[in-house]
Design a protein around this ligand. Structure first.
Ligand SMILES: Nc1ncnc2c1ncn2[C@@H]1O[C@H](COP(=O)(O)OP(=O)(O)O)[C@@H](O)[C@H]1O
Ligand SMILES: [Mg+2]
Length: 212
């Protein structure tokens, strides 16, 4: 999911999680921000909010909202430690679905680029599913593009960003660019990297959007 803040990435990601939930997948949502209303809402969908988790085998609670304290520089090393050990645990156990929110914060601010790149490259062999949210396509590790089967682009007018998003799997770069340039708020272009299909969709919040 690639779009500026407030454009509905998390709402969309939660729709995708619905599919994983219906297949009884083990899901871990990594929350990086101090406050995120859309992620808090997951608690009403039987996700357990925890600051840390140690068990990643089948004995683990299957819907985790991993949310270490955030919002202060003092929290950075703790966040890094918790997320790193979670990624490690899930990779070892296999079959987990991970929602990385947000990708750039994890790779750059917490210095987990190497770990996340490795997961993108190896996920398939350990049957993991990775869902990443990010604001700019330029700041995403290349692997997140090249290894993803499904990509959702929100509205984008920036030339450099548009260049970066053109080369997704078998999709026609010109079509992707034109479609993405014409998107409105809460609209996303879904690109199937395998078939090359491009479809425009719109987010549908689970709760009514709050006037903020
Ligand atoms: N189609 C929509 N109509 C109205 N509000 C929406 C729609 N999609 C998302 N929202 C609201 O917009 C806000 C931002 O959505 P969110 O998914 O958190 O964005 P992002 O993850 O891109 O920052 C949330 O309050 C969400 O409920
Ligand atoms: Mg979000």
């Amino acid at each position: 999911m690639i779009a500026p803040t407030g454009m509905g990435k998390t709402v969309l990601a939660k729709r995708v999680l619905n599919y994983r939930e219906s297949r009884h997948a083990y899901i871990c949502v990594m929350a990086t921000k101090p406050v995120d209303e859309e992620l808090s809402e997951l608690e009403r969908r039987r996700y357990m909010r925890v600051k840390d988790n140690k068990i990643w085998t089948a004995a683990s609670y299957p819907r985790l909202l991993l949310w270490p304290d955030a919002g202060s520089f003092d929290n950075l090393s703790e966040q890094r430690k918790r997320f790193r050990s979670a990624l490690q645990g899930m990779w070892k156990a296999g079959k987990w679905t991970v929602h990385l929110n947000e990708l750039r914060y994890l790779t750059d601010n917490l210095g987990l680029k190497r770990e996340i790149n490795t997961l993108y490259l190896q996920a398939r062999s350990s049957k993991m599913s990775l869902i990443g949210e990010t604001q700019r396509p330029r700041s995403v590790p290349l692997e997140a593009f090249s290894q993803s089967s499904h990509v959702f682009f929100g509205p984008c007018r920036d030339d450099e960003d548009l260049k970066r998003i053109s080369g997704i799997g078998n999709a026609n770069p010109k079509i992707v660019r034109i479609v993405v340039q014409g998107l409105e708020r809460y609209q996303f272009a879904y690109v199937n990297a395998v078939t090359g299909n491009v479809v425009v969709t719109k987010t549908q919040p689970f709760t009514l959007a709050k006037a903020s």
